[in-house]
Design a protein around this ligand. Sequence first.
Ligand code: GDP
Ligand code: MG
Length: 163
Amino acid sequence: MKPVIALVGRPNVGKSTLFNRLTKTRDAIVADFAGLTRDRHYGNGKLGPHEYIVIDTGGFEPDAVTGIYKEMARQTRQAVAESDVVIFVVDARAGISAQDYDIANYLRKLGKPTVLAANKAEGLPEGTQVSEFFELGLGEMLAVSASHGQGMRMLVDLALAPL
Ligand code: GDP
Ligand code: MG
């Protein structure tokens, strides 16, 4: 069975762009993913020696009547439960937001292996790309640019190497 990577993060950080980078088949055939629930977006990926399945969580709806916690918990819990490792995507340009703290706390409690991807890092000074996100108290961090395809191989290495 291929390892499953869940992409988690607040809206607009670039999860879907990253999903498209990490997968070849954008609209994956559900039959490939027997045993996984079907209301999220799955894709097959292969990068270097790694073959994996990626789950793109739809993003959270901050304005939902149910509130961010419920929606976040629902989307994230399901995707994370199905995954072997989480890539927590944050926006290196926007910096840390309150939602990032909420998500980081949530992931820490779950204890699932998590790699932080500081996305949109293209062109930012190297020293500043990830330093702010140490604050979130998660493990490995990497500056990437999903739209420019930077750091993709290293991100997958980092996520899958310990498995
Ligand atoms: P999602 O809501 O987390 O799925 O985010 P999307 O993948 O839909 O991307 C949100 C916006 O960020 C879009 O306008 C993307 O083009 C942009 N974006 C995604 N990745 C990058 C990146 O690496 N650099 C920059 N500058 N913009 C990006
Ligand atoms: Mg999206």
